[in-house]
Design a protein around this ligand. Structure first.
Ligand code: M6R
Length: 579
């Protein structure tokens, strides 16, 4: 799960590519590199983040080049393992996102034939294969080389004497941007937005020849046309806009994102399927999985549709006997586990639908139909606005299937989210910031909200955090409660209110501090908790959204107080394209 950028045009390629790589750093950020083609191939690559300025690349004058930002899979982060990788002669350079599964056997064969390797990466075999197949035509060399590769790849190659970039795609994302006298290629649209709104999504098996004049695509040796699409994201979407972190900016975008997604997203493909077969299986990972768990409450309660929710990473290995529609929820549309779950569902002849934020992403090609959220690009590694957008679609879906029962909630939710953003969480931050471990508990739909709150907290603050169904704490985790183990308890009016109050008293009796999340003006709750965080409004469905946003703020400000790298937490990447 790395990021790649290619540029062929009239400007100096190196600074433009490095700028594009900065926008892709969310995909991986342990090392980076760029190769340009002038009179010869020049390579600059380093371990670590991309610095603000890189004087050593100023001498790279080529107007055609490729670049890479890495999330290590084969070989530790180091200068040598950073991409681009070159062949024995240094005249061919390659960047690659994906995994070459048969690289070890390929490497042995290539070494036996006299090639010398410098890195431990799977990618380097591609450079040496192209070297063997290159006789003056880079397209032919790449075409021939990819025949030997098993695995996933979006790759870009350049060669001395050939004034084009040649790209190939198989099961890894790649987008082409068609500008005016310049053509770009990248892992997603964000590096392209500054230069063009016209994009093309190559398909698996495509080999693409990229020049300043455009892109020619071959598949199985024959020219093919791929539609040119217009993107509706703009370059301001991928800038911080005065916020200290992307995550905070994205949290504050949520009233708009909810409003736009709830009105513009079209759940019709799923509505039609569920009217015929009223049962749904949802597959997803991480935050998207938590959105799926909340969808279960919405669809079962408002529309009477039974919903099963599976971790996508488990679904493939024990495919349940489902015949009903399968919905894959994935912000990026590129999560490998989720893509495999869709393939597994298709192998069972289940109709499949994708719910994603990214037009043209891999899941949209795999599934029978797609529903899009309108979150705009999400840059912070922690999912925030994409989660709220997924919930907006689920509320719209439940409303359609449930005869309009959620119309009032949908109409006002953005206002309540806006009010919630003013909430002061400092006192709770002080408690969390001192903790070694934090429990998040809730009941009913607030149980998945608690799971999501814990995921946000651990992901960006590095404090151990667990989400629990509040009633389960007494079945074991009580043993862990101490004054240093605070519990965040979501306790809102509804059928679980009284039992939550009892649970909170049980927790307090075992010495833990409780941060209670409840309705503004709830004196009973305020009296039993140590820190009281309030959420506005009376609508129980909207409370799911506002409580979630409040927990995002709590995680963000706790992480900020601990000075962690909020937008790029250690060891993670935004889209996880390995199983
Ligand atoms: O792109 P996806 O929605 O498929 O991503 C799934 C998870 O990797 C993602 O939600 C992850 O858990 C987030 N970093 C959580 O904030």
């Amino acid at each position: 799960m790395c990021g790649i950028v290619g540029y062929a045009g009239r400007r100096r390629a190196a600074p433009l590519i490095i700028d594009g790589l900065r926008r892709l750093e969310y995909r991986g950020y342990d090392s980076f590199g760029v190769a340009t083609l002038g009179s010869h191939v020049e390579v600059y690559k380093r371990c670590g983040r991309i610095p603000a300025s890189i004087p050593d690349t100023r001498s790279m004058k080529g107007t055609l080049g490729i670049g890479h930002t890495r999330w290590a899979t084969h070989g530790a982060p180091s200068d040598v393992n950073a991409h681009p990788h070159t062949d024995c002669t240094g005249r061919i350079a390659v960047v690659h996102n994906g995994i070459i599964e048969n690289y070890a056997s390929l490497r042995k064969k290539l070494e036996r034939r006299g090639h010398s390797f410098r890195s431990e990466t799977d990618t380097e075999v591609i450079a040496h294969l192209i070297e063997e197949n290159y006789a003056g035509d880079l397209v032919k060399a790449v075409q021939e080389s990819v025949k030997s590769l098993d695995g996933s790849y979006a790759l870009l190659a350049i060669a001395e004497g050939d004034r084009r970039i040649v790209a190939a795609r198989n099961a890894s994302p790649l987008v082409l941007g068609l500008g005016d006298g310049e053509t770009l290629a990248a892992s997603d649209m964000t590096p392209l937005l500054e230069y063009t709104e016209r994009v093309v999504f190559p398909e698996d098996g495509d080999i693409i020849s990229i020049t300043p004049q455009g892109a020619e695509i071959l598949n199985q040796g024959k020219p093919v046309e791929r539609p040119v699409e217009l993107v509706n994201w703009c370059v301001d979407d991928v800038k911080k806009g005065g916020f200290e972190h992307y995550m905070l900016k994205e949290i504050f975008e949520q009233p708009r994102v909810f409003y736009e997604t709830a009105r513009a997203a079209d759940p019709a493909p799923l509505v039609d399927l569920l009217r015929v077969t009223p049962a749904l299986t949802i597959v997803a990972c991480g935050t998207s999985y938590h959105a799926g768990l909340i969808a279960r409450y919405l669809l079962e309660e408002c529309a009477g549709i039974p919903v099963r929710v599976d971790h996508a990473s488990e679904f493939r290995y024990s495919i349940p006997p489902v015949r009903n529609p399968v919905l894959a929820v994935t912000q990026s549309g590129e999560t490998a586990d989720t893509l495999w779950a869709v393939r597994a569902a298709r192998s069972r002849n289940c109709p499949t639908v994708a719910l994603t934020n990214v037009v043209g992403s891999s899941v949209t090609r795999l599934a029978d139909a797609a529903i899009y959220t309108r979150a705009g690009p999400e840059v912070g590694v922690a999912a925030t606005k994409s989660f709220i957008a997924q919930l907006a679609v689920f509320m719209a879906l439940a409303d359609r299937l449930g005869g309009g029962s959620l119309a009032g909630s949908i109409a006002t939710a953005h206002l309540s989210i806006g009010d919630l953003l003013q909430q002061d969480v400092e006192e709770a931050v002080a408690v969390c910031g001192r903790a070694r471990s934090i429990f998040f508990v809730g009941r009913g739909p607030f149980y998945p909200v608690a799971l999501e709150g814990a995921l946000k907290m651990k992901e960006i603050s590095y404090i151990h955090a667990e989400g629990y169904a509040a009633g389960e704490l007494k079945h074991g985790p009580f043993a862990l409660l101490t004054p240093e183990t605070p519990v965040v308890a979501i306790c809102l009016p509804g059928p679980t209110y009284r039992v939550m109050i009892s649970n909170i008293k049980e927790i307090k009796a075992r010495g833990a501090q409780v941060i209670g999340i409840g309705l503004a003006g709830d004196g009973e709750l305020a009296d039993v908790v140590d820190v009281f965080l309030t959420i506005p409004g009376e609508d129980p469905w909207v409370h799911i959204l506002t409580a979630s946003v409040l927990l995002q703020l709590l995680a963000y400000h706790t992480a900020r107080s601990l000075k962690t790298d909020i937008d790029r937490p250690r060891n993670l990447a935004k889209s996880v394209t390995v199983e």
